[in-house]
Ligand binder design. Sequence first.
Ligand code: GDP
Length: 425
Amino acid sequence: TPAEAPKPPVKEIIRKTITGYVGFANLPNQWHRKATAKGFAFNLMVCGESGLGKTTLVNTLFAKSLEDQGVLPSKVDKGIGPEVPKTVEITNITANIEESGVRCRLTVVDTPGFGDYINNDLAWRPILDNVEKRFNDYLDAENAPTRTQLRNLETDKRIHALLYFIQPTGHSLKPIDIEVMKRLCDRVNLIPVIAKADTLTDDEVNTFKARVRADIEHHGIKTYKPEENDYDDEDTIMENREFMAKMPFAVVGSLTQIELPGGRRVRGRKYPWGVIEVDNEDHCDFVKLREMLVRTHMEELKDRTAQTLYESYRTEKLMAMGISQDASVFKEISPQAKLEEERQLHEAKLAKMENEMKLVFAQKVAEKEQKLRQSEEELYARHREMKEQLEKQKQEIEQKKIRIEAGTPTMEVKTGKRGKFSLGR
Ligand code: GDP
């Protein structure tokens, strides 16, 4: 009966959500672990006239770490005067800084102050030489048969950023500043800073900044600009904008702790009219500069050094050594240029084929001519031969004729079988 028919089984839908995850989101952690374990290196060069506070600023930047290690001689607060020691040669100071388990091998390269030269026209020379020598050493390490050295942090001595100190004159850039920055800007990430900004009022700083920016633009000096990428998030875009708005950074350096009326202790410079705080963003751009150098843009500065500045040095150097690359590699590939190139190639091919055909034709003609000449000669030869024979026969007949006319029998007795006469029969 229909009542006994089996019911279709109820299908239960099993819903599952993926609880685990594939795992590549962990990649940043891997990088982080690797980078912290290995540590990283950063090479900073400071450059500018003597007495502009280069040493003081570097000390202020990496304050505790460098001083604790006693590597940077502090020249702070000795007052400006002849007794201030001047940087007369390029010096290298390296310190290992550690912060929350992250190790940084910081190298600060101090360059000679320009005031120390009698002729300042070539003040840029030793600095550029030094920067290029570092590129060259790296190139040598790259070209060495074993390149394990490259993994060593100490091998990379390339300058990742150059702080150029501008005297706070309040007017405009000096010719020497323009010359030096022009020479260096293709080889380093150039970051101009206005030294001792505490000697100018806020208004003066702003006007001076505008002048310096205009001068830099006018002379085609390429200062470091953060790269803009499509994938940048809003924070990065803001950071980059702020960075560009502050350029050139007006900085104040000091390691002196000053006690403010409220009891707060700050690093700064004390004046009768008040205290300029180094670490206060309203007082100077020191904090912005440090943030950018250390926190936000260090990696980008290093990338640009390796991928743009060093690469162009490397290409120039290798080309100068006569190592060339297929020129087409450097050509910008536009569709039109490509078509034109293809057309030229095709034409060249046609011309080559035509030439080959002409050659083959000329060769065939020459061969034919040679054959014709040969058969002509043969014909001539045969003709000559026949003519000679005929001549001979003619002579013989003539002789016969003479003999017949003279009456002598011409019958010759031959001893051949048929020609034998049997006279006796
Ligand atoms: P360097 O020759 O460029 O390395 O200059 P130093 O760092 O030796 O500084 C020279 C002098 O300038 C020292 O007496 C410092 O105290 C002073 N100085 C350094 N930084 C500043 C600053 O930001 N403002 C002022 N007013 N003086 C500074």
